[in-house]
Design a binder for this molecule. Structure first.
Ligand code: GLN
Length: 479
């Protein structure tokens, strides 16, 4: 038996199991061996959970032996970002503070993944508490982009994007608060989906900015991303913000007609693009045009305020969410303190990296008495305007197409010394999170030196089906 673990898709795993070319246990062992061998090149996995993986694979093999369906993800090797907890598996959030934290429960997405037959190989590296755009803010070293090892994979879910690009997982889960799924997907040349806010339960996702946090899939094609989202989506009693909206059969929807769909190109997103990025996006738009879509220019007038509003709202929420890491619960505890207050201070001082500290300070400031109205409240009003921009646009068009990032993957270290410059790389992804609408990144070519470029598709609330249909049609047409 030889298994090419690097090239698999969900349907290839299903066929392999059906034709008995390998068992789920054989596949899990081979996938783990391959991932452990390849991982030093990218540092994309932080840790593996072989016992849990083999246990899940054994259940799949037993179901198959009984003649039962092994589930939509039966035997599929999956990786999970290290901010989504799995019982008994170390969960660091890329932070020194949580270096030894072993969660006592499973995230809902993890439970659903395994109930569907998925085999979790391990947890992936990320920016500390998902704050960053390059995965260089991890306490456990940066991730390297499999497409160019001297470049960043994007962030914060850089590890989850990299494992799928590298072939060390078939699909993976990441989290997105301001672009952390779509931007790394674009940088690594894979598909990344941020579903509607509330589509996927956040239970067991370590909170960064609760009103913006989403869990979503990475995959090597649209069909796999849709299949994984279908498994993890849907109402969950454990998260009161998870939506009751029924989850459609995305695969059925995907094959529908795109002729006649109206696609909006917001003019605010097409200024200031690196030329190669702009060229590839326009080529992709031509493909949609040839498929019979009608392309129209639109405007999302409040786009220019998105970054400012986002970095006020997300830091405010983060300062509150991160207050729990105090050296009493969860975390490591500083040994050099005499009083309780000292202990809080030195634990947080030693444990958090620079970006987390910057955001906690900024967030505390914008929420403080006397500044709340001027900053936080104002940012929330801007958020409503941005949401309204999209609602008005979707009265005219079925989908919006934009670049994901103004530039392709940058060099490791290139933007580290300038946080503002780093924040600007989220300019096209943040608006989707602020509005809570579904959005995704889809590979659409490369630069001359082979760096992947991503196209973003956005649709209205809960219309993931429409988004997948357009993405699938493009993927088929573009080859
Ligand atoms: N890069 C953005 C930030 O630093 C988005 C992060 C995210 O989506 N988790 O906040």
């Amino acid at each position: 038996m030889s298994i090419d673990a690097a090239g698999l898709t969900i349907s290839a795993v299903r066929r392999g199991l059906q034709e008995k070319r390998f068992s789920a246990c054989e596949l899990a062992k081979e996938a783990l061996r391959f991932a452990e061998r390849e991982n030093p090149k990218t540092n994309a996995y932080l840790h593996f959970c072989p016992e849990r993986a083999l246990e899940a694979a054994r259940r799949v093999d037993e179901a198959l032996a009984r003649g039962e369906h092994p589930g939509p993800l039966g035997g599929v090797p999956v990786a999970v970002k290290d901010v989504i907890v799995a019982r008994g598996v170390r969960n660091t959030c890329g932070s020194r503070l949580l270096a030894n934290y072993i969660p006592p429960y499973d995230a809902t997405a993890v439970i659903r993944l395994e109930q569907a037959g998925g085999v979790i190989l391990g947890k992936t590296n990320c920016d500390e508490f998902a704050m960053g755009s390059s995965t260089e803010n991890s306490a456990f070293g940066p991730v390297r982009n499999p497409a160019a090892l001297d470049r960043v994979p994007g962030g914060s879910s850089g590890g989850s994007a990299a494992v799928v690009a590298q072939g060390t997982a078939v699909v993976s889960l990441g989290s997105d608060t301001g672009g952390s799924i779509r931007q790394p997907a674009a940088f690594c040349g894979v598909v990344g989906v941020t579903p509607t806010y509330g589509r996927v339960s956040r239970y067991g996702l370590v909170a960064f900015a609760s009103s913006l946090d989403h869990i979503g899939p990475f995959a090597r094609n649209v069909s796999d991303a849709a299949g994984l989202l279908k498994v993890i989506a849907g109402r969950d009693e454990m998260d009161s913000t998870s939506a009751f909206a029924p989850v459609p059969d995305y695969h059925a929807a995907m094959s529908g007609e795109v002729r006649g769909l109206k696609i909006g190109l917001p003019k605010e997103y097409y200024a200031g693009l690196a030329s190669e990025t702009g060229d590839q996006i326009m080529k992709a738009v031509e493909v949609l045009n040839r498929l019979g879509c009608q392309v129209v220019d639109i405007s999302l007038p409040h786009t220019e305020y998105a970054i400012s509003a986002y970095y006020i709202i997300c830091t405010a929420e983060a300062s509150s969410n991160l207050a729990r890491y105090d050296g009493v619960r969860y975390t490591i505890r500083s040994s050099c303190s005499e009083t309780l207050t000292d202990m809080y201070r030195s634990t947080r001082g030693e444990g958090f990296g620079a970006e987390c500290k910057r955001r906690i300070m900024l967030g505390t400031y914008v929420l403080s008495h006397g500044y709340y109205d001027a900053y936080y409240l104002k940012a929330q009003k801007v958020r409503s305007l941005i949401t309204r921009d999209f609602q008005q646009a979707f009265q005219q068009v079925d989908a919006i197409v934009t670049p994901v990032s103004p530039f392709p993957a940058f060099k490791l270290g290139e933007k580290l010394s300038d946080p503002l410059e780093m924040y600007l790389s989220d300019i096209y992804t943040i608006t989707g999170d602020l509005a809570g609408i579904p959005c995704m990144s889809l590979p659409c070519g490369t630069t001359a030196n082979g760096l992947p470029i991503g196209m973003q598709i956005l649709t209205k609330h809960f219309d993931e089906a429409g988004m997948f249909r357009l993405a699938h049609a493009y993927e088929q047409a573009a080859g």
